[in-house]
Design a protein around this ligand. Structure first.
Ligand SMILES: Cc1ncc(COP(=O)(O)O)c(C=O)c1O
Length: 367
């Protein structure tokens, strides 16, 4: 580790395997398809670990991820951001390269536009209807007319199919206790099952109900009525998830290796700034002193220090006046607040097994 250029990512492969096995087990026990969201890591090798023992279905957040993963044999892909006409041509090209590319929408006009574009290209898409189960980011609310009318429009379209409804309980991250997360998780599940029943009563089949965020899937009691789950962050977890209680700190699998570049009276500076950690404020509502990440020693042990300030490539760490454990040139590992955003700033992982760097895995970024 001493020879690695800093800042860089350290991926603890043993922990990744453990996290993958735990979620895989949740999916198997509940008899649901696991379609992990690979936006957390954007890495082929990690996706292979995650999908072992499953059918290889994945979720992506960009069409660039869809292309990269398709090239490496992942051919059942849900692009889980609402589609818009500027991306139709790319989506058609990916579909026609032999990938089952599932799309999603919450917009009736887009259904008409996409049906026409697909028809012209001789393509046929499965298009999920995105439901808002409480996050209020995108999606139609389950108790609205649209939540039945858009499925009907898809079912009636010539070049589109209605494969089902899809939601993501992003608001599970805003909760302050495990009980509150469980309540959100139950609502995510139950509101979708109720909506599928309502759509079904109109004579429209709902083959798949797809749900899942890491906090909700880590706490859910059962998944009766659900067909598919799409958690992503669980593969690495992070300071946010550990503080929230979705995992323990021993489960966190991604850290940023950084070097101390300055020591002052009550502070030191490391070479990991906003562009290598991200400026995600993480669990600040639960832990006001969380800063931008926990400073660990090179072996991954807590030092009690936090990254208290960030500029582009400088990370400031508040210390006591007599902090003498670390000197300029020493290495630390930072457990960042949000692993998905941290990973997306880098081009590769250094893979660590039993404390040794054993490999280097690429990160497929871009849009
Ligand atoms: C549509 C969708 N599905 C699944 C996920 C995965 O959620 P998480 O990373 O909390 O597991 C996300 C994350 O933002 C998402 O936007």
């Amino acid at each position: 580790m001493e020879n690695l250029k800093t800042p860089c990512l350290i991926l603890d492969v043993g922990r990744v395997q453990r996290n993958a096995a735990r979620m895989s087990d949740i999916a198997h026990r509940n008899n649901v398809r696991l379609r992990p969201h690979i936006k957390t890591h954007k890495c082929i090798e990690v996706a292979r670990i995650q999908t072992e023992g499953h059918d290889g279905a994945i979720t992506v957040s960009t069409l660039a991820e869809a292309r990269a993963f398709a090239k490496h044999g992942f051919t059942d892909i849900t692009y889980a951001v609402p589609i818009e006409r500027g991306k139709f041509a790319d989506a058609i090209e990916i579909l026609q390269s032999g990938v089952k590319l599932n799309l999603l929408t919450d917009d009736a006009a887009t259904v008409i536009q996409l049906d026409e574009a697909a028809g012209k290209a001789g393509a046929e898409f499965d298009v999920f209807v995105k439901i808002d189960c409480g996050t209020h980011r995108v999606g139609v609310e389950p108790d609205t007319e649209e939540a039945v009318e858009i499925p009907r429009a898809l079912a009636d379209a010539s070049n589109l199919n209605f494969p089902g409804i899809l939601t993501h309980a992003g608001h599970s991250y805003d909760q302050k206790s495990k009980e509150a997360i469980l309540e959100v998780a139950r609502h995510e599940r139950d509101s979708m099952v109720e909506l599928a029943t309502r759509i079904g009563r109109q004579g429209i089949a709902v083959p798949t109900i797809s749900i899942g965020s890491t906090p909700s899937m880590s706490t859910i009691d059962h998944l009766d009525g659900i067909d598919e789950i799409r958690p992503g962050n669980y593969i690495f977890f992070d300071n946010y998830q550990a503080t929230l209680g979705s995992c323990s700190f021993e489960d966190t699998a991604l850290t940023v290796l950084a070097a101390v570049i300055h020591k002052g009276k009550n502070r030191m500076v490391v070479d990991a700034g906003g562009i290598s950690l991200s400026k995600d404020r993480g669990p600040v509502s639960l832990d006001p002193s969380c800063g931008y990440g926990r400073v660990l020693d090179v072996d991954g042990n807590e030092t009690g220090l936090r990254v208290t300030g960030l500029s582009q490539e400088h990370g400031e760490v508040a210390t006591s006046e007599n902090e003498d454990r670390l000197k300029v040139g020493d290495r630390v590992r930072i457990l960042a607040n949000h692993s998905c955003l941290t990973a997306a700033q880098h081009s590769h992982y250094h893979v660590m097994e039993n404390g040794e760097i054993v490999d280097r895995w690429e990160i497929h970024r871009g849009w």
